[in-house]
Design a protein around this ligand. Structure first.
Ligand code: BGC
Length: 729
């Protein structure tokens, strides 16, 4: 996954030489201009042109037509004193004109190659319109579904996020950043943003250093190893110190320990936000603290431009810090080949067939079958008439999900359109029942019930519309919003079999509606090709293979809930709830549980059903005692014991039984997707270097500790076949 040094056009040495010569010529004002980023000035008015000529801006982001970008760049290159190019950025988070499933959905594919392809296609679209840089991937570990940005994440697990985040970076950046179809990636938000207390957006985080390093920093370390060109700081504070002024995470870890030589951009106005954080006294102090931490480019606000000069003059700020930041910014521009000629931007073209194909494929692989009683899915050929109901059956905008600002919305293929195309209109009865997912009016119920009565089977499209997840869209209730539960109840009264197709940007709690349905298919916000992908799965042309990248709680009260928890001193057993029988002196039932709901999740991490059935057997280990520097080989046989050809995601978990710091009950170490025909048996092999078992010990050192382990080869984070081994010196 590592980008070779040759991935950049000029050699590092040449680039550093050219940077040195530019730095010598630049005035302080020009340097501060380079360190400033703003939204693209709408319609590129004359005053903006004047500013570009003066070197006031280093970068613009979001919007601007290709012609405006060409003109802005021409002025920067030809009419500014030093000809330093602008770098244009865009939030292309899960596609651009063509939209792929939300990142959380892509993560459910557990398919790094498809994730890479989707990012590659995105880069091609973005780059062709003259954009050089995307603010993606978001690799914040997200363990709280109340947090709206969980939709943008790759889920709760640092290993899965590292693999998939690296795949996205590889897709965006390609073999070389100077390729016409490549753009710079941005690993964000550094760091800990997903740990916002109570899932409330922008809230503070409290993360002990071992957890910070093992869980939250880990995907960023992987991103750095994958050659990510830039990093964006986070809005949150970490243990009382805002990420955007955090010397420990930015200077010590990122630059010091990891030797990251890319560029660091602040998040949107995150520098002045150091003031309401109660970390900086005024704008000058905010600029100083962000510079001290090593934030190179300021997004939107102007604390650097307005205050850095005075900070230097008063000797508070070492001007070397300015040079360091400008160096990182120029390095990015050289690495992107912006000082040489990049192809001229062109207007958006119709969505490319190969992009649509990838969009459909990854959507199909992202769907997670959560329930399928009596094998109601795929729909039997005998189902002559299908009722397609619910507010999300035909909503082009909603199936795109959050951050789809560049999307070609008219090109979105909804489930209703897809089924009509395949089955014709006569076999379909349809009614939305509700205007949108928040609608509380029952006015549309009668028509939906009538449509259900006229059909053999009901596909009910419910969930969360697009506007309910994403940035600043935290929710405290996770039930189906509006009158959706009531709609399920009314439809259920018809006695027709119901398959719920749920679209949402986050895990929801839907226990009761699920009991009224025979099947539940979870489809996230599936993007442009969501409709045809859903139709394929429902009609059995594809077999579900998605697996949850995040734990689904039974109720909001269980949050935070994630699979890699610690065991506690009084572990509960499954199905143990109710009021304890004993008393503190005779502690029967005094276990780590709730009295009113099982402590286990509704659906565990890694879970997903298929139309076929997989069996796990014959677990073998190369040794029962692996050395600290050695590698354990693990193999198991997977059998397709069902009727359909399908993919299984085989997961490897370990647990260290005793250590200097308690270890989680399970940790994901590896996974593989295997394709099996009915009756086929395949051996899956994993190589597990003992170094991968390392953790931050009681001395805060990364080390593999000898000891006893459990190991599972498993279809999810609770099941599987189990073995024991030991790590020895
Ligand atoms: C978000 C970033 C995004 C930026 C620019 C911020 O509000 O937190 O993720 O890249 O805006 O649009």
């Amino acid at each position: 996954m590592t980008l070779a040094p040759g991935a950049f056009a000029a050699t590092s040495e040449e680039i550093e030489k050219r940077i040195n010569s530019l730095l010598q010529k630049m005035t302080l004002e020009e340097k501060l201009g380079q360190m400033s980023q703003a939204p693209f000035p709408p319609n590129l008015p004359d005053n903006a042109k004047k500013e570009i000529r003066k070197g006031r801006w280093g970068s613009f982001f979001n919007a601007g037509t290709p012609a405006e970008k060409t003109e802005a760049q021409r002025i920067a290159r030809k009419e500014s004193r030093l000809g330093i190019p602008l770098v244009f950025a865009q939030d292309a988070i899960h596609g651009y004109r063509t939209v792929y499933p939300i990142p959380l959905g892509q993560a459910a594919s557990w398919n790094p190659e498809l994730v890479r392809q989707a990012a590659r296609m995105t880069a091609r679209e973005v780059a062709s319109e003259g954009i050089h840089w995307t603010f993606a991937p978001m690799i914040d570990i997200a363990r709280d579904p109340r947090w709206g940005r969980i939709a943008e994440s790759l889920g709760e697990d640092p290993y899965l996020t590292s693999i998939l985040g690296s795949a996205m970076i590889k897709g965006f950046q390609g073999e070389s950043l100077t390729d016409a179809g490549s753009i710079a990636a941005c690993a964000k938000h550094y760091v800990g943003y997903g740990a916002a207390e109570a899932g409330r957006e922008y809230n503070s985080t409290w993360i002990p250093e071992n957890l910070l390093r093992e869980v939250y920093l880990k995907p960023f370390d992987a991103a750095r190893k994958a050659g990510v060109a830039t990093v964006m700081t986070a809005f949150n504070s970490i243990n009382g110190i805002p990420a955007t002024g955090n010397v420990f995470v930015l200077r010590q870890v990122l630059r010091g320990e990891w030797k990251f030589d890319g560029m660091v951009v602040s998040d949107y106005t995150a520098i002045p936000e150091l003031i309401p954080h109660n970390y900086a006294s005024d704008m000058a102090d905010a600029a100083y603290k962000a510079l001290r931490a090593g934030v190179d480019m300021e997004m939107v606000s102007t604390a650097y431009y307005d205050h850095a000069k005075a900070l230097i003059e008063s000797r508070k700020l070492d001007p070397k810090l300015i040079d360091e930041s400008v160096r990182a910014i120029l390095r990015l521009k050289f690495r992107l080949g912006l000082f040489d000629d990049r192809p001229a931007p062109r207007a958006a073209t119709p969505l490319a067939p190969d992009a649509l194909e990838v969009a459909k494929k990854i959507a199909t692989e992202s769907f997670v079958l959560l329930k399928n009683e009596g094998a109601v899915l795929p729909l039997a050929k005998s189902a002559r008439k299908i009722a397609i109901l619910g507010p999300l059956a035909d909503s082009q905008k909603d199936q795109l999900g959050t951050w789809a600002m560049g999307a070609d919305e008219k090109a979105v293929q909804t489930p209703l359109a897809a089924f009509r195309k395949i089955l014709g209109t006569d076999r379909i009865a349809t009614a939305p029942g509700l205007k949108n997912s928040r609608d509380i009016s029952r006015d549309g119920f009668a028509a939906a019930v009538e449509a259900a009565r006229s059909a053999d089977v009901v596909l009910l499209f419910l969930g969360e519309e697009e506007i309910l997840s994403g940035e600043a869209h935290s929710r405290a209730f996770l039930d189906l919003p509006g009158a959706q539960e009531q709609l399920v109840e009314e439809i259920a009264k018809t006695g027709k079999p119901i398959a719920l197709v749920l679209m949402a940007g986050r895990p929801l709690t839907f226990h009761n509606p699920a009991t009224k349905a025979k099947a539940v298919l979870w489809t996230w916000h599936p993007g442009t090709m969501g409709g045809p992908a859903i139709a394929d799965i429902v009609l059995g042309n594809s077999v579900p293979s998605g697996r949850l990248p995040v734990t689904f709680p039974r109720t909001v009260g269980q949050i935070p809930i994630y699979y890699s928890r610690l065991n506690t001193g009084r572990p509960a057993s499954e199905n143990e709830l109710g009021i304890p029988l004993g008393n503190p002196l005779n502690p029967q039932g005094y276990t780590s549980k709730y009295i009113d709901v099982d402590f286990t999740p509704e659906y565990p991490f890694g879970f997903g059903l298929s139309y076929t059935k997989f069996e796990y057997t014959n677990l073998r280990l190369s040794t029962a005692a692996v050395r600290v520097g050695g590698t354990l080989k693990v193999s198991a046989d997977i059998i397709n014991a069902g009727q359909y050809e399908g993919n299984e995601v085989v997961q490897l978990y370990t647990h260290q039984i005793a250590a200097s710091v308690s270890r989680p009950v399970r940790e994901l170490r590896a996974f593989q997707r295997v394709h099996l025909k009915p009756g086929e048996r395949k051996t899956v092999e994993f190589s597990l270097p003992a170094t991968e078992l390392a953790f931050y010990n009681d001395q805060m050192q990364l080390a593999t500790e000898p000891g006893k382990f459990h190991l599972w080869v498993a279809p999810d984070a609770v099941g599987g076949i189990k073995a024991n081994f030991e790590v020895v010196r």
